[in-house]
Ligand binder design. Structure first.
Ligand code: NOJ
Length: 499
């Protein structure tokens, strides 16, 4: 940027502060121990897809074998090149002044074949250097063990449809605790199984591309829940006493607002929450699948002619093993939907389908602000979601592990992003001070524009703009980066806040 452009940019940033100040945001300070951070994931930022002995993962295979499945046939082969440029990332994190950085470990970079027989020392060094640099700068690493990049040998075994993955994930998690547990004290076992199971194993537009509407999501959910519990127990039994950390799973959900006051729509919205979030959260926080899911899938499976439910049954031993495997509730959320009743449980029998199982329909309100469609600026929906989670899962501490705004341009003067994040942070303050919910922290998705899965680089969510045409992947702060740094410094959304 020329110095003239830079001046102009600063004026714009100043204006954005003024706009935000003029709005009706909550005027409390964030609690002293509230953590502010940003998130990324290995496949989306690292590149170096075969560097220094890294093995192939499911997304390497998917993007290389079916390039037509990704916008503009892009891949994460190089993406932000953080495998080589990670020091730049640390500088950006320092500039933002974040308390934590949520990032993930690439399974195939540490264990190239997926199994524990061979550990790639270069991969280990990469993560140890990065974690150490974060700690040296007072930034807490919040580390996701598995963020969608399954080693390809396991994908060839059926991936998350195969319960053997439970053992492999457990073995890999143990290696992570052994290799990094002296530096990392805050662990996430698995990222967003809901999205994987829906988009990768039911609709098939994310890797590994299974379009299995009848069973896909349930088999996938079953394996994920058990794999998470395995990793949790390994930490709990073999490492916690020595390493003294915390561990949970990241679950994602939009808020399901009833489309009308009719009893049927009220019930449909609740059912939708259970099919989206409860499918994963209920076994972990309360024990077993949600009742409504057991009943609806069971009834429909029998009517469809199956001899038993398409939803795998947990044994009592498994229910007990999974229940309680959390230290806090890690939540990702981006939007609100309007949910309405569509079909009764015994209607439209014929095609086995997760979507028919729930019997709900979903739409949004055209007045809600959105650019990309799947993210909308509805902070009251976010607050309702926080309350729903709190009430349904025994009032756990909640950590927002992802939230953010998406656009198509990556514009530097990203006022919509500032407004959205400001509104959602304000809803957090409402939830803390008015609803009495304990919220530990907030994490913006994402540090910088990066590989957004099937849409490639066409949707941008970063606080930093990345020039993907430059060999050194130049990173430039957007207005939102400066604004977020200011919020973190002041621990307040306005000029001045009440304590
Ligand atoms: C969900 C995922 O965890 C992350 O990988 C993705 O890029 C963001 N949310 C935005 O879609």
């Amino acid at each position: 940027m020329s110095s003239k452009d830079l001046k102009m940019f600063r004026v714009i940033v100043l204006l954005s502060f003024l706009v935000i100040r003029a709005s009706s945001l909550n005027n409390h300070s964030f609690p002293n121990n509230f953590m502010f951070g940003v998130a990324t994931a290995s496949y989306q930022i690292e590149g170096g897809w075969d560097a220094d002995g890294k093995g192939e993962n499911m997304w390497d295979w998917w993007t290389h074998t079916f390039p037509e499945k990704i916008s503009n046939r892009y891949s994460g082969d190089v993406t932000c090149d953080s495998y080589h440029l990670w020091r730049d990332d640390v500088e950006m994190l320092k500039h933002l002044g974040v308390n934590h950085y949520r990032l993930s470990i690439s399974w195939s970079r540490v264990l190239p074949e997926g199994t524990t027989n061979y550990v790639n020392q270069k991969g280990v060094e990469y993560y140890r250097n990065l974690f150490q640099a974060l700690l040296d700068n007072g930034i807490t690493p919040l580390v996701t063990i598995y963020h969608w990049d399954l080693p390809q040998p396991f994908n060839e075994l059926g991936g998350w449809m195969n319960p053997l993955i439970v053992d492999y994930l457990g073995d890999y998690a143990r290696v992570c605790f052994q290799l990094f547990g002296d530096l990392v004290k805050n662990w996430i076992t698995i990222n967003e199984p809901q999205t994987t199971c829906l988009q990768g194993y039911t609709q098939g537009y994310k890797a590994p591309g299974y379009a299995n509407e009848g069973e896909g999501i349930y088999l996938c959910a079953y394996t994920h829940v058990l794999a998470h519990a395995r990793a949790y127990h390994i930490y709990d039994e073999e490492f916690r006493a020595l390493q003294n950390g915390t561990i949970s799973i990241v679950l994602d959900s939009s808020w399901s607002e009833p489309a009308s006051d009719s009893d049927k729509d009220l019930e449909a919205a609740e059912t939708q929450m259970e099919f989206i979030l409860g499918l994963y959260a209920n076994p972990i926080y309360n024990g077993n699948w949600p009742r409504v899911v057991i009943d609806r899938v069971g009834t429909r499976s029998l009517l469809e002619g199956y001899s038993k439910s398409r939803l795998p049954e947990f044994t009592q031993e498994q229910i007990d093993y999974v229940k309680g495997t959390y230290d806090f509730f890690a939540l990702n959320t981006y939007a609100t939907n309007l949910i309405y009743h569509q079909i009764d449980v015994n209607q439209s029998i014929g095609k086995a389908s997760y979507f028919l199982d729930s019997g709900t329909g979903s739409k949004t309100d055209p007045s809600w602000k959105t650019v990309v469609g799947w993210v909308n600026d509805v902070p009251w929906g976010f607050r309702k979601l926080l309350n729903w989670v709190s009430e349904h899962y025994k009032r756990p501490d909640i950590f927002i592990t992802e939230n953010g705004w998406s656009d198509y341009t990556g514009e530097l003067n990203d006022q919509d992003r500032i407004e959205y994040i400001g509104n959602y942070l304000s809803a957090i303050l409402d939830a803390i001070y008015e609803d009495g919910i304990n919220i530990l922290g907030y994490t913006v998705w994402t540090l910088m524009d990066n590989f957004e899965w099937q849409v490639g680089y066409s949707q941008k969510m970063g606080l930093y703009y990345v020039d993907f045409d430059s060999p050194n992947r130049t990173r430039t702060p957007k207005a939102s980066a400066e604004w977020f740094a200011g919020v973190i410094r002041g621990r307040c959304l306005l000029d001045q806040c009440e304590n």
